[in-house]
Write a new protein. Sequence first.
Lengths: 191, 786
Amino acid sequence: MPAQEAWIRSEMGGTRQALVITKPDVLISLIKKAKHPLIIIGHESLTDSSRTDVIIRLVSVLHESLNIPIICTSHIAGQLLSRGLDVSGVYGSMEILDRLRDPTWEGLDGNGQYDLVCIIGFSYALGSLLFSGLKQNAPQTKIISLDPRYYPHAHWSYGNMKHITWKEETERLIDHIQSEHMHQGEEKAHV
Amino acid sequence: MNRKNIHIRVSEAKSSTGSVKDLDIQIGTIKGEQWDEKEGPTPFPDHTALRNWDRMLLTRYKPLYIPFCDLCCLCTYGKCDLSGGKRGACGIGMEAQQSRIVLLAACIGAATHISHGRHLVHHLIHIKGRRTPLDVGGLNVDVEAPMIRLVCGIKPQTLGDLEIVLDYLESQVTELLAAAHTGQESDPLDFESKVFHAGMLDHVGLELADIAQISAFNLPKADPDAALIDLGLGTIDPEKPVILVIGHNVPPAIDIINYSRNHGLAGTIEVTGICCTAIDLTRYDPSAKIVGPISWQLRYIRSGIPDLIVVDEQCVRADLLIEAGNIQSPLIATSSKNCAGLADRTDDDPDAIVADLISGTVPGVLILDSQKVGEVAVRAAIQSHAIRKKKKQGVIPTSEELIELAKRCGGCMECTRACPNETPLPDAMKQAAGGDLSHLAAIYERCIGCGRCDDVCNKGIPIHSSLVAAAQERVCEEKYTVRAGRGAIQDIEIREVGGPIVLGEIPGVVAFVGCANFPNGASEVAEMAREFAKRRYISVASGCSAMAIGMYRNEDGQTPYEEFHGRFDAGGIVNVGSCVSNVHIAGAAIKIASIFAKRPLRGNYEEIADYVYNRVGAVGVAWGAMSQKAAAIAAGFWRLGIPVIVGPHGAKYRRMLLGRKDHEDDWYVYDSRSGEKVLVGPVPEHLFVTAETKEEAMVLIAKLCMRPNDTSRGRSMKLTHYIDLYQRLYGILPDDIHLFIRSQADIPITMKEELLPLLAEKGLKERPIPDPTLLKSQIRTRKGGV
């Protein structure tokens, strides 16, 4: 299964292809560089039950360790809340795309537009369109896919991989974030 | 108004006062005053006549473009990369290019319906005569053609009158297509306005086609108690010769019925159908059977049951000749728009055609004469059945064969990657190889029948057929009912529901329309339609969605059409008919303005659309929208101000029309009584939007039914449904309730305790309920005039 190839083969990206995330450091570096990042979770985070627990853990860690707000689409907010996730907003997938293209949008916190968006939990067909829409309408925003399938329209995406490999990669990412966070905490305490 | 086609030619005439030579007079149309209603401002509007109205809507609902790819490949300058703000060699930008593609889709859709209408009217005039009266509901329907009256400003009375309408539609679609040529239109909003125009034309074409066939074939005339029709593969008796008709143009199928009746064969053969030809055929003969939506084509043909296949036009799979050949069923193509590469045998002797089909000399024939189709199809089906019943002709594997096939699967995932719904086929194959077919059977429920999985399997597994094999038990149990398409809504029904709808006391009209590209199986449409019927909305259905609704049984074993009444009234599930019958839904909204509110209809589009937009809480849901026709139908609703929700695949239409509830300035209307601008909130919030899940769609339906004109009682009821659905399906309270509450009286009584603190937090500002309009022209002066 070639990594850098659209999961649905006919989903040709265009003239610019996403870079493949090969190790957690890349993601962490991208996220840490961002001034105003955001996470968007789609409904497959819950309907694809084989991935749900890992997604919830990843998103929780990103939120708690790096203070990244979470938006969910469709009808999953209540279920995410009951799993202890702190959801900052509920939008339709097209509605959030519409907000992200608007340079004057105040954002969830009043601090304006986001400069990095991590997306996870969409069907491939809809996800592809979201990435394409963002590429076209929000060129200033860096877009990252955290799903185990290659999305050419993102800036950064995992390559196509089996779920088990993706889970291992995601666990590695979670470990890295947590250890960095603990390390920073210790440094702060030391200072 | 009649097309007279008078032609006077005088070669030479002499009198005492002078002489005339080569005088040639032609009169195409005589415009007579058959209608005492004053003609409105825009009869037969061209594509700029309603541009201001369109721009009003498009300012509030700004297009959001979602490119399918970065390129434009339409001319030899290209391919041009339009990403990142780049322009093509012709100067076009990405937004204009996307709206241009939307326009092309809408034009294809409109052209398809209009061409179908032309074909039908031509055929019906040929067999019935130009002066055949139009009658869609006898004394129950006075406004026989609300859309034609509204757009064209004429009151058609005969089949011949429809030709004038067709001339107009064809010229307008040509103009719109011309605008999509390289180097023409350049502005996205102007493209969008043209999309709306294409949609409006499409609706006129739909109406024309349906009222022509209702009148000429005596289809149900606005009948809420139209017959219940057998639906599903399990209702078909394969012991009889079985004919399958597929498509949208019903005359050949009707002539099959007529031939069998005239030759004493009725009841001895099974006439079965897929897609809208099936719906229209059962409007003509309730003993015909509907197999299912378009996604049932492969599974039914591969079952080997059809002894002969007749295809006409629209939504017919392009590989049916191959599929028919695989089960040794002859195929008859009947439309000039779908000749399928077959020899034209229209002028041949039926004996010779039947002989060639039965001997297998030819795999199929093209016959462009519906009566001849009727004869050849029936005779050939009877002979084909006699031959085919001797030997199994289906290509669906047995369970044992399936298990062996499944063992070949190497789990490469190519099938899942090709599947529009990304179904977990390799896992299911693995289970099947071990003898457990239940996982494959479960995928059958979600399968849209595209067959892409077959093409990509490098182990040669007939995957789609395997799904059908695994679900064999389920397939045999596909025995449902659907109410035959009733056609128009009666004027009396409009009088009864007009007030409650406009005031908001019937919380909404929800139209489930469109194709079968469902993300999660057909049952979701039934679930939604039932939910809203139970909540006393009016659920309306057409085409493949009407069938999908029928393919469901409640705990008492009833299908939704048995469970709910068919009147256009609260708590009904109303099947209007086929694709072309969709217009009766728009027509009902227009008739509310005309019959209930007494607004003048004649060539008065803008005022009526403004009325519908501000007052009629109607929403379209095209959960499996697939086609360009669906795009055109949706566009017709948009211009009337009726929002449309599509399923997740609907985002592939490349453009949404979204409002911004956080932009308060967008949501002012005029109070036509005073001329003052009044904040009404985001009602309806969007004009075209994709929902990711059925649950999201249901909440959106309830929300998008709100209108500025709702009384407090009506708004309170609508809010009750919105909040209740949101809480039940999302598990939380919506965060935008305050935007819809104009005064304390709007707050649902049973929720007051819960909502008041929330509203206090948001700071509820009391707002008046206006007599809403977007149009300055509708503001009444102090003297009471407009």
